[in-house]
Design a protein around this ligand. Structure first.
Ligand code: ZN
Length: 272
């Protein structure tokens, strides 16, 4: 959910057909630099009032970076992250339900040492676990590097290596199936991968590798992946993760049809 899409006053009308199709949760990005951030806070409240479960995406745009968290930037980074993560923690406490917090592993412009970025990520995750007891962490596989970025947590093995520093009760993995598809490697995930997944980001990708479309293109092989997650008993949320700019030339009817269709497709695979 993004505050640019609609006002909290319009949430009920927007959500009604989606709830009918199987929608039960909304995910919000925590970033006070988003335009209409205050509207985001009102949307979170409205979502709770409509009986929706919440999940949250940790801030990941500058100045919210994990780079330096294992070093001498830790104090100032904690100060930047704390007020935003506290919003998620407060809602989780108030609704008496643990909320998922999705986190990307560290990303840096060069020069950067990937080992240091892994250490920064692990230090950050430890801090969140200790500081925000009502948040259930999900480490997301990152979008492959673009324009020379140095990224960790793109390959499944890298995500598992970081996750294995934590007990699964404290930290699971958010499988971003679109990002995974963008690696353009057709390797089947190992059983260890399936057993660590607690949250899913799902979106389609076009032929130019633009991601975060509704499920209308048929490129991301999500059906066997979702079926396998259902078989292994994954209980987490599957989030249809969209970028509004991909839909900017679509009519309202087209958008509603694509969203309802995508949610029905997900519900068919995961709600048994
Ligand atoms: Zn994602």
């Amino acid at each position: 959910m993004h505050p640019r899409w609609l006002s909290h006053k319009d949430l009920k009308d927007f959500i009604d057909p989606l709830q009918g199709a199987g929608l039960s949760a909304l995910e919000f990005e925590l970033d006070d630099r988003l335009d209409s951030w205050n509207e985001s806070l009102l949307l979170i409240k409205a979502a709770v009032e409509l009986g929706l479960e919440l999940s949250f995406h940790a801030p990941f745009r500058e100045p919210h970076s994990l780079v330096g968290f294992a070093g001498n930037l830790r104090g100032s980074l904690e100060q930047k992250f704390h007020p935003l993560l506290e919003i998620a923690e407060t809602w989780a406490r108030r609704t008496e339900k643990m909320s998922t917090l999705v986190v990307h592993a560290a990303v840096s412009q060069p020069p950067a040492d990937p080992h240091t970025l892994v250490a920064d990520t692990i230090a950050f995750l430890h801090w969140v676990i200790e500081t925000f007891p009502h948040l259930r962490l999900a480490l997301e596989n990152n979008h492959p590097s673009i324009m020379g970025e140095i990224k960790v947590g793109v390959q499944r093995s890298e995500v598992l290596d970081i996750a294995n520093n934590f007990p699964s009760a404290s930290l699971g993995i958010c499988w971003d199936m679109g990002h995974d598809y963008l690696r353009h490697q057709q390797d089947e995930p190992p059983p260890e991968w399936y057993s660590r997944i607690t949250h899913v980001h799902l979106h389609d990708v076009d032929h130019n590798d633009n991601d975060h479309y509704p499920l209308v293109l048929g490129n991301v092989p999500y059906q066997p992946w979702l079926q396998k997650l259902e078989q292994v008993g994954m209980k987490g949320i599957v989030v249809l993760e969209l970028k509004g700019e991909r839909l900017k030339d679509w009519s309202k009817d087209q958008i509603r049809e694509a969203l309802v269709g995508s949610i029905k497709t997900i519900a068919r695979e995961v709600i048994k």
